[in-house]
Write a protein that binds this ligand. Structure first.
Ligand code: PEP
Length: 276
């Protein structure tokens, strides 16, 4: 089944509104008219409204970096799915490892107790995912193992468990519209991307998990990105893997030239392999 690859830029806690608008203005002409690839940017919440305005008429979609599960209420600091739809979001990243309190470079982070402030668990990911679907947001659900889990031979089990738990009580027809991102925690922000064949293999584990739970049609429809130190040099290798349907890009998405090169590489692959 043809799956259109999705390249999404996760800007994390970077860019003021002005800087965000500069980046978008640089990106739009570079990405204009590219075929066979879907593109999204996920700025910080403070810049969503203005970036949405700037993207008007462009094919670049807007995404949020997180979403809460309730529609409204006494949840200080949270943003609901209707609020994100209101400012033009089409996508919402859910369960990013940083929001699960799992960091690729733990030394650079907060102390482990403080990191729990992010608080996402498989249960919260499941609630957020269901709320996003209910309100028509495309969830980009992140899963991935830490280095100790990989070293202990637990990568596949960890990833499959996160997929299953995230999808509890979700109907098969809704699952097809979800995007998963395989993001090994040890590869995020470290400059150490997963080898392409291994990234493809674990992505296949995710698809097999979907297959076992929801059947072949759903499993073949779901897009599964790779994320973790994707850059303009390794993009072609990673994105030409048959199981990998695009990338979730952190650091390299903050630079218009680097991000565009990743998108262009994906567009070329889509054309060559008729993936689209
Ligand atoms: C990410 O934040 O999801 C990510 C993959 O970051 P980076 O590309 O910087 O490793």
């Amino acid at each position: 089944m043809a799956r259109t690859p999705l390249i999404a830029g996760n800007w994390k806690m970077n860019k003021t509104v002005h800087e965000a608008l500069v980046l978008v203005a640089e990106l739009m002409p570079r990405l204009h008219g590219l075929a066979g690839v879907e593109v999204a940017v996920c700025p910080p919440a403070t810049a969503l409204t203005e970036v949405n305005r700037a993207l008007a008429g462009s094919a670049i979609g807007l995404g949020a970096q997180d979403v809460f599960w309730a529609d409204s209420g006494a949840f200080t600091g949270m943003l609901s799915p209707p609020m994100l739809r209101d400012v033009g979001c089409k996508y919402a990243i859910i369960g990013h490892s940083e929001r699960r309190g799992r960091f690729g470079k733990p030394d650079e982070c907060l102390n482990p107790d403080a990191a729990r402030v992010f608080g996402d668990t498989d249960a919260s990911v499941n609630l957020k995912l269901k709320a996003a679907l209910k309100h028509g947001l495309v969830p980009i659900v992140c899963v991935g193992e830490t280095l100790p889990e990989r070293d202990d031979g637990l990568a596949d089990k960890t990833v499959a468990g996160q997929v299953r738990a995230g999808l509890a009580d979700v109907a098969g027809e809704a699952v097809a519209g979800i995007v998963f991102a395989y993001e090994p925690v040890w590869a995020i922000g470290t400059g150490r991307a997963c080898d392409a064949p291994e990234a493809n293999r674990v992505t296949g584990v995710i698809r097999k998990t979907l297959h076992d739970a929801f059947g072949s049609e759903v499993a073949q429809a779901v897009r599964i990105q790779y994320g973790g130190s994707v850059n303009e040099r390794n993009a072609h290798d990673l994105l030409s893997q048959p199981e990998i349907d695009g990338a979730l890009v952190g650091g390299a998405s903050l630079d218009a030239s680097r991000f565009s090169q990743i998108v262009q590489a994906t567009s070329v692959i889509a054309k060559d392999t008729r993936k689209d």
